[in-house]
Write a protein that binds this ligand. Structure first.
Ligand code: PRF
Ligand code: ZN
Length: 376
């Protein structure tokens, strides 16, 4: 259940209670695609970096190790040892971005596995069944995330199908939650808004899916190649149509600046591979900007990644050491970078929440929006 605590402009401070704990919002989800954060980070580390919620992927876990296997092992919470909320993405996005040779029909999507090429069918029912086996806290609806740019006529046709898929997801989720031996009989289904870059399609779709009175709504199909301004515009257009008493999730977004802009336009929760992916390439996020630890200027630098940072990496290790580890291809270099970046993202959201609590989010936004994207 979502509780709105405070508003500043369109920005919302709220809480979302789930059977696996309460999420303080706005929040950032830490991406553990195949049940682990890339960079050798476990659920035990996630606590240290102030993570509140973990995101896993239906598509990846279905292919490997298989959702039936995760189910036999007690579900994702037991399997990964993360006891807090877990959101699983439906496969709707990964099928379109990763799989080869896909064929979309009314029933669902046939595609070839990116691992060994074998043919798989996934539709709304299959996606719900897999997510039910995984036992996540929140299951995402099975949608089509269109390529950008998408033709208007194609987008219109696709969104209508995504709506029909949502009805099927809801029916199937209700059936699965009522079965005996379901891992999480209180699994929550969140809907996903699509409509490419077309205001009218976005609004029409949002109106339709809001009628289902789902416990949460995501905005999908953004950050897929359109400009940031187009993304912000869609958020503004959708704002009046998003249910006020439900959380709003902007899928796959984004940079620290995108997050500040998203919160400012009413978004409650985000996920992104950026903190982990950039860490693996040597880029550390800091409040002063982005630091490239591969740079030779850090060879003898005895400062932590960020002065004053309380993350597990910065409390002990120097830029010089991490620079060396990255150069030497030591896994520890990546791991320390990932811990720092996740801590940065999670505490950025903490600072945003504190600013909202104190009625000074606009000031926080103005003071940080430039710095977070500077390269230093
Ligand atoms: N749909 C789903 N997952 C997603 C997206 C989407 O549109 C996006 C788009 N940025 C990221 N992850 N199901
Ligand atoms: Zn740090």
């Amino acid at each position: 259940m979502y509780t709105l605590l405070k508003k500043e402009g369109a920005a919302r401070r709220g809480t979302y209670s789930t059977p696996h704990g309460t999420i303080q919002m706005p929040a950032f989800m830490n991406v553990a695609t195949a049940g682990a954060i890339k960079g050798a980070v476990s659920a035990l580390d996630l606590k240290e970096v102030h993570c509140q919620v973990q995101l896993c992927n239906t598509y990846h876990l279905h292919l490997r190790p298989g959702d039936q296997q995760v189910r036999k092992l007690g579900g994702l919470h037991q399997f990964t040892q993360w006891q807090g909320p877990i959101l699983t993405d439906s496969g709707g996005f990964q099928v379109f971005s990763l799989a080869k040779l896909r064929n979309i029909k009314e029933e669902g999507v046939t595609f070839a596995s990116h691992i060994d090429g074998h043919k798989i069918f996934m539709g709304p029912e299959e996606s719900m069944q897999i997510q039910s086996h995984l036992g996540s806290t929140i299951a995402m609806a099975f949608d089509e995330c269109m390529q950008n740019p998408a033709e208007y006529d194609y987008a219109k046709h696709s969104v209508a199908r995504t709506t029909r898929w949502l009805y099927r997801c809801k029916t199937e989720m209700n059936r699965l939650n009522a079965l005996p031996n379901t891992i999480n009989p209180q699994q929550l289904l969140w809907g996903i808004n699509q409509g490419s870059v077309y205001d009218d399609l976005r609004i029409e779709h949002m109106k339709q899916i809001a009628e289902l009175d789902l416990p949460g709504y995501a905005i999908g199909g953004l950050a897929v190649g359109e400009s940031a301004d187009v993304m912000y515009h869609i958020l503004e257009v959708l704002n009046p149509y998003l249910p006020k008493d439900k959380p709003r999730y902007l899928m796959g977004v984004g940079t620290p600046a995108n997050i500040l802009e998203g919160v400012r336009r009413g978004v409650d929760i985000f996920d992104c591979v950026m903190p982990t992916r950039n860490a693996r390439h040597g880029h550390a996020f800091t409040t002063e900007g982005i630091r490239n630890l591969m740079n030779a200027k850090y060879e003898l630098d005895e400062h932590p990644l960020e002065d004053g940072c309380q993350c597990p990496a910065c409390q002990h290790f120097t830029r010089a050491y991490i620079h060396h580890l990255l150069k030497a291809g030591e896994m520890l270099g990546m791991r320390l970078m990932v811990l720092h970046n996740l801590y940065f993202y999670n505490t950025l959201l903490e600072k945003i929440r504190t600013a909202l609590d104190n009625g000074c989010f606009e000031q926080f936004y103005r003071e940080n929006i430039e710095a977070v994207s500077t390269r230093i």
